[in-house]
Design a protein. Structure first.
Length: 146
């Protein structure tokens, strides 16, 4: 488990591939299977191929039941899902991306609580719907020049 800006974490994972003593893997999440595990989806981002429009988002309660959601779900790639996760009777707003990032959208008093929540999310939602992925990160030089 790593914490930081997504681009920095993925760059670190890519750089670590060259180190024999460090073994890190990134994952790819099957978002369709994740949706099936959630009681409700509150937000979703889709990658689209509609000319100049490259992404679309919907937010609301139970958006997985909306016709607009179903239209995009079948024709586009889901890149992130937002929802509430119940951990020990406390509901926390969470976002999970298709490339394995877990974003905690609440405030926590202790880092231990954050870690416990992420581990619970991983066990309950991610472990059986993810697979190892290859790094998609450009080199730091390429990132800095964009």
């Amino acid at each position: 488990m790593l914490s930081g800006k997504k681009r920095d974490v993925l760059a670190f994972c890519k750089d670590a591939q060259d180190k024999k003593h460090i073994v890190l893997n990134t994952i790819q999440i099957d978002t369709s299977k994740l949706i099936a595990k959630l009681p409700s989806v509150r937000g979703v981002w889709f990658k689209t191929d509609r000319g100049l429009i490259t992404s679309t988002a919907f937010f609301g309660k139970h958006i997985e039941d909306a016709d607009e959601f179903k239209k995009y779900e079948n024709s586009s790639n889901i890149t992130s899902l937002s929802f509430y996760f119940d951990h020990l009777g406390s509901y926390s707003p969470i976002m999970i991306t298709d490339d394995g990032a877990v974003v905690l959208q609440g405030a926590f008093q202790k880092i231990e609580h954050e870690l416990e929540l992420v581990v619970a999310i991983k066990k309950a939602l991610i472990d059986d719907i993810s697979s190892l992925a290859k790094s998609k990160v450009k080199s730091k030089k390429a990132i800095d020049s964009t």
